[in-house]
Design a protein. Sequence first.
Length: 84
Amino acid sequence: MAKLKLDLHDIYNKGHEIDKELNRIVEEALEKKINLVEIIPGKGSGQLKKKVLRFLNQGHIKKLYHRVEKDDKNFGRIFIHFRF
């Protein structure tokens, strides 16, 4: 199974850049029909993870994917599952 990965460590403090990258990775997954996207906001204070989850919970984004999974073994990882 193909998977895309987005590591947000380098842009953790650039809000606009984070949204741009999240949009890009979702669009790329849809274009290439990739079933799984791994987003790594890192552990830190949890603020970046919350920002990612808020982004994914927006209505126009939420309708594009099947489900979101928070990794229970690694707090700093989120998976987005797509169904094609």
